[in-house]
Design a protein around this ligand. Structure first.
Ligand code: NAD
Length: 295
């Protein structure tokens, strides 16, 4: 069984970005600058944003964390977005989701300037991605594609079952893996909560990408021998014995599925670190594209 080590691969990617940033600096070019907008004090969101900002610092990318009160009005948040759009020093930024209930998430994401949308959530980027044009690809599917490429996992002609149809993971990865090119050319089935007899589909799959958020949902009796499994799920499961009071679980019953798999990503240490690395990659790309436009 081959362990698809996202932690190690993400580290390599971050070193490559660090080198690219160092070269930019040596040439007198601008240092990429990522901003992150965090509304409220949600524990998981704080953890995610914190690790994104720390990763920037480690590899020499500038970062700014904008923390806003939970009760901020939608108009005030949109004003903040407008000022980030107008700020020439910011190459890209993210708005950490979820936003508080009183704020219209769609309206906020639509306000993000597409050329600074390093999360790739704006419809312009999503549409361009679907049409195989230059775009910002959402960091998690981008990370999955990169992991498959770097481990040279054959995908062409293979049957890939994606479980989960979210706009940030399931749907984009289903589009990317069906496209031409490396880590593409797969025959993709997109399964979701209304799918009937999911097990009959997963049993036929050469590759399974699981992104539904139910801990240990995918069991050994749902996969065939030699399957390749990408586990996107991250769920905090309460555990009194753990120092933090919870443990992180993926969507896959790891031990039993790994015993049948040809290759598998662990949780933690799989898709999670790849997501952060690809956000940094998108920030570098945003900076490079901005330079290209200016010349
Ligand atoms: P989501 O939570 O928005 O939606 C879940 C999807 O799963 C839906 O499309 C739903 O149709 C499907 N689903 C639910 N129950 C199902 C069932 N019984 N059978 C088949 N499909 C079912 O999805 P999301 O935002 O993509 O998140 C999914 C998981 O991935 C979560 O655990 C999330 O924390 C994790 N995640 C991880 C990363 C990372 O960097 N590793 C990034 C994003 C999300």
């Amino acid at each position: 069984m081959l362990l698809l080590d996202g932690k190690k691969t993400a580290q390599q990617i971050k070193e490559e970005i660090q080198e690219a940033v160092r070269l930019r600096k040596a040439k007198g070019l601008r240092i990429p600058h990522l901003a992150a907008v965090l509304v409220g004090n949600d524990g998981a969101s704080l953890t995610y944003v914190g690790s994104k900002v720390r990763s920037c610092e480690r590899i020499g990318i500038h970062s700014t964390l904008i923390q806003l009160e939970e009760n901020i009005t939608e108009e005030a948040l949109l004003a903040q977005i407008e000022s980030l759009n107008a700020n020439p020093d910011i190459d890209g930024y993210i708005v950490q989701l979820p936003l508080p209930k009183h704020i219209d998430e769609q309206r906020v994401l639509l306000a993000v300037a597409p050329e600074k949308d390093v999360d790739g959530f704006h419809p312009l980027n999503f549409g361009r991605m679907a049409l195989e044009l230059e775009a910002f690809i959402p960091a998690t599917p981008f990370g999955i594609i990169e992991l498959l490429k770097r481990y040279q996992i054959p995908t062409s002609g293979k049957h890939c079952v994606v479980i989960g149809r979210s706009h940030i993971v399931g749907r984009p990865i289903s589009i990317l893996m069906s496209q031409k090119g490396p880590a593409g050319n797969a025959t993709v089935t997109l399964a979701h909560s209304r799918t009937e007899n999911l097990k009959a589909l997963t049993l036929q799959a050469d590759i399974i990408v699981s992104a539904l958020g139910i801990p240990e949902f995918l069991k050994a009796d749902m996969v065939k021998d030699g399957v390749i499994v990408i586990d996107v799920g991250i769920t905090r499961v309460p555990d009194a014995a753990a120092t933090k009071g919870y443990v992180i679980k993926g969507d896959v019953a790891y031990e039993e599925v790994a015993a049948k798999a040809q290759a598998i990503t662990p949780v933690p240490g799989g898709v999670g670190p790849m997501t952060i690395a690809m956000l940094l990659e998108n920030t570098l790309l945003a900076c490079q594209r901005k330079d290209a436009l200016a010349n």
